[in-house]
Design a protein around this ligand. Structure first.
Ligand SMILES: Cc1cc2nc3c(=O)[nH]c(=O)nc-3n(C[C@H](O)[C@H](O)[C@H](O)COP(=O)(O)OP(=O)(O)OC[C@H]3O[C@@H](n4cnc5c(N)ncnc54)[C@H](O)[C@@H]3O)c2cc1C
Length: 458
């Protein structure tokens, strides 16, 4: 693997070197039978980190057990094999390790190790370009990527793996609050650096909030933590116990309301047999994309408007120790949950004042020393503040995905332009496919998409 700043042409360009881009590169290198040239463009090296796996902090756990985090559909135990090879948890037997929620910091190292092995074994060559793609043009002889360095790169095929973006803090005045008093939840080091005696408001109550709370605790934080969100729903924990054994296929034929009723009934019946509701959800996990795609557009809209918050807390669960820590802090009266919509944020001296409206639209105020933006993943591509996506949408090379979320892609992942015409040279991997697939963020989906792209490109 070489790190290069020379302009060049390549057979395959991969935009983004987070988990999705790294998996796509491994797939192409493994599938190659001839001397292809592959380039990954990524501003935040080393590869494999992206947002989720950039954390250096051991309190940030994977929200999926190690045994389910393989990067490769044909090697389901591969992450487990890596942890065993590395002797990362010598005290744990392999089957116990498979059930463990290990720190996320192991995952980027895993991806890089497999990438290096793929490079060593492949006739293809990989170049890693430190930079950001800011524009893309389609020509008859290939796709030209413009990098922020000003250098063009001509590529035969392109995998668009630009991943996740954090929503901006949704409040007037937020931009005027100085860094240090306003911290992004995905800036894991900054969260750890918040003074231990500061009272903190966290806006958003999902997985990024949980990351922030455990980081504050790990840093010895003694202040109060106020969590503010519109629905005040905290993430729910995983559970062990017997698997649920109902047949989920009939759900696909049902409209949304009937589907949710049926799921609740399955959960109630499972509970009578000592099976936790979590395992009822686990049973439909592999059907996530089919469940979305079998809804009518109207039912998809209803889901986004009325159901998604409740769905998220049941579907995106957290490791049991993380949940226990949140509950203990609540019990101690140090973690406070507020339901409301943030309106304004104003910094004054050492204080940050947040004004929010409660469900009856009555204003209330939180006075803290620091606010953390944990509002989560931005789903609208236009709002992602990514110049490349703005250029793609502005020039009509791409169009927003269904319901305005992500970008539109065909069933095989080809980018669809403003007219709905697919360009098979440009394939989308990961979160940008959310409007079409819904389940398109986590490793189980990324590994399948990356593998598919690799085989179509080679
Ligand atoms: C905090 C957090 C925890 C998570 N935990 C888990 C978990 O435990 N298990 C699980 O399965 N999933 C988890 N996820 C889901 C996670 O999104 C995926 O597992 C995975 O990390 C997504 O990888 P990605 O490469 O698609 O996106 P990202 O991680 O966002 O990486 C995209 C990369 O593309 C680069 N990029 C963007 N635009 C450009 C451009 N124009 N030019 C060049 N490069 C560009 C970015 O710099 C970035 O490095 C978590 C997500 C988050 C946010």
């Amino acid at each position: 693997m070489t790190i290069s700043d020379q302009p060049q042409a390549c057979d395959v360009a991969i935009i983004g070197g987070g988990a999705a881009g790294t998996l796509a590169a491994i797939g192409v290198l493994r599938a190659a039978t001839a001397a292809l040239r592959v380039v990954i463009v990524e501003p935040q090296l080393p590869l494999g980190r992206g947002v989720a796996y950039a954390t250096r902090h051991p309190e940030h756990l994977l929200n999926v057990p190690a045994g389910k985090m393989s990067g490769f559909p044909d090697r389901p135990d591969d992450f487990l094999d890596y942890l065993v090879e590395q002797r990362a948890f010598p005290q744990l037997q392999r089957d116990a390790l498979a059930r463990t929620f290990v720190p996320r910091l192991h995952y980027a190292g895993y991806l890089r190790r497999r990438l290096q092995q793929a490079v060593d074994a492949s006739p293809a060559q990989l170049d890693v370009r430190a930079g950001r793609v800011v524009a893309l043009e389609r020509h008859a002889d290939g796709v030209v990527l413009q990098l922020d360095s000003g250098q063009p790169l001509l590529a035969g095929r392109v995998a668009l793996c630009s991943g996740n973006a954090l929503r901006p803090l949704p409040a007037r005045g937020a931009g005027a609050v100085a860094a240090g008093k306003r911290v992004e939840a995905w800036d894991f080091d900054a969260v750890r650096g918040i003074p231990t005696n500061a009272d903190v408001a966290i806006v958003g109550s999902g997985l990024s909030m949980a990351d922030s709370v455990v980081s504050l605790a790990a840093a010895g934080h003694k202040g109060h933590v106020h969590v503010l969100s519109r629905h005040a729903l905290l993430p729910l924990p995983h559970a062990a116990g017997p698997a649920a054994d109902y047949d989920p296929q009939p759900l696909l034929a049902m409209p949304l309301r009937q589907r949710l009723r049926m799921l609740r009934r399955h959960a109630a019946e499972a509970a009578l047999r000592g099976i936790p509701w979590q395992n009822v959800m686990e049973r439909i996990r592999p059907l996530g994309q089919a469940l979305w795609q079998s809804l009518t557009p109207d039912d998809q809209r209803r889901f986004l408007r009325h159901v998604v918050r409740y769905w998220d807390v049941h579907r995106h669960r957290i490791a049991v120790p993380v949940h226990a820590q949140l509950m203990e802090l609540r019990r101690q009266g140090r973690l406070h949950l507020h339901r409301g919509r943030l309106e304004t944020v104003v910094a004054e001296g050492a204080c940050v004042h947040l004004v929010a409206l409660d469900p009856r639209r009555c204003p209330f105020q939180l006075d803290v020393q620091c606010v953390i933006n944990a509002t989560g993943v931005e789903m609208r591509a236009q709002a992602m503040r990514n110049p490349l996506l703005q250029q793609l949408l502005g020039s009509g090379i791409a169009r927003p995905g269904p319901h305005g979320i992500g970008v539109d892609s065909s069933a095989d992942g080809s980018l669809l332009d403003a007219e709905g015409v697919a360009d098979a040279r440009i394939r989308v991997v990961g979160s940008l496919r959310i409007g079409t697939l819904w389940e398109s963020l986590a490793i189980p989906e990324l590994r399948v998409q990356a593998d598919d792209v690799a085989h179509r490109f080679v």
